[in-house]
Design a protein around this ligand. Sequence first.
Ligand code: TPP
Length: 171
Amino acid sequence: MDEQAAVAAALEAWPENGCVFLGASLPVRHANAVGLPRMMRVFANRGVSGIDGCVATAAGIATGAGEVVLAILGDITLLHDLNSLALLRSSHVLVVVLNNDGGRIFERLPIATRPELLEPWFTTPHGMTFGPAAQQFGIAYESPQATQELATVIGRYRQSGTSAIIELDCR
Ligand SMILES: Cc1ncc(C[n+]2csc(CCOP(=O)(O)OP(=O)(O)O)c2C)c(N)n1
């Protein structure tokens, strides 16, 4: 699935004044590129360096606001804070993970001219998907194949009061 189209569809499925957490790296840039379809409360982290603690932050926002948060994250960002999935049993967060198998922002940066360094030290592909992690933490899991299906899934979990990991194959 195209990442930017996925971010646009996820935001389009979100209500006026809803809470959105945008992960560092490409998710926040995609959202900046496509824009918000309506007014929303948008959050992002710098943290120690950007991709750390993003699941915990989204859970904190959900708890503080007392409502569901849409969190759009990269796969490395989600892996970096995987243990915080335990918080999603009591905080209502819909994690949309753009799984492009690594930190693909680096393919757009000057380091991309050094292929011998790029993959082992920057993109760090891992080959993992998130169904088993969702199962381990007792969180619902969905893997919609198209943007229309993504919107339907988001709509369903927005009403449900339960958290979910919604994984998109962006490889
Ligand atoms: C704590 C921390 N460690 C390392 C980095 C360096 N870093 C910036 S982007 C990135 C990759 C993020 O990958 P992913 O979340 O999959 O997003 P994508 O680049 O594919 O959008 C890394 C490791 C960082 N920002 N923060």
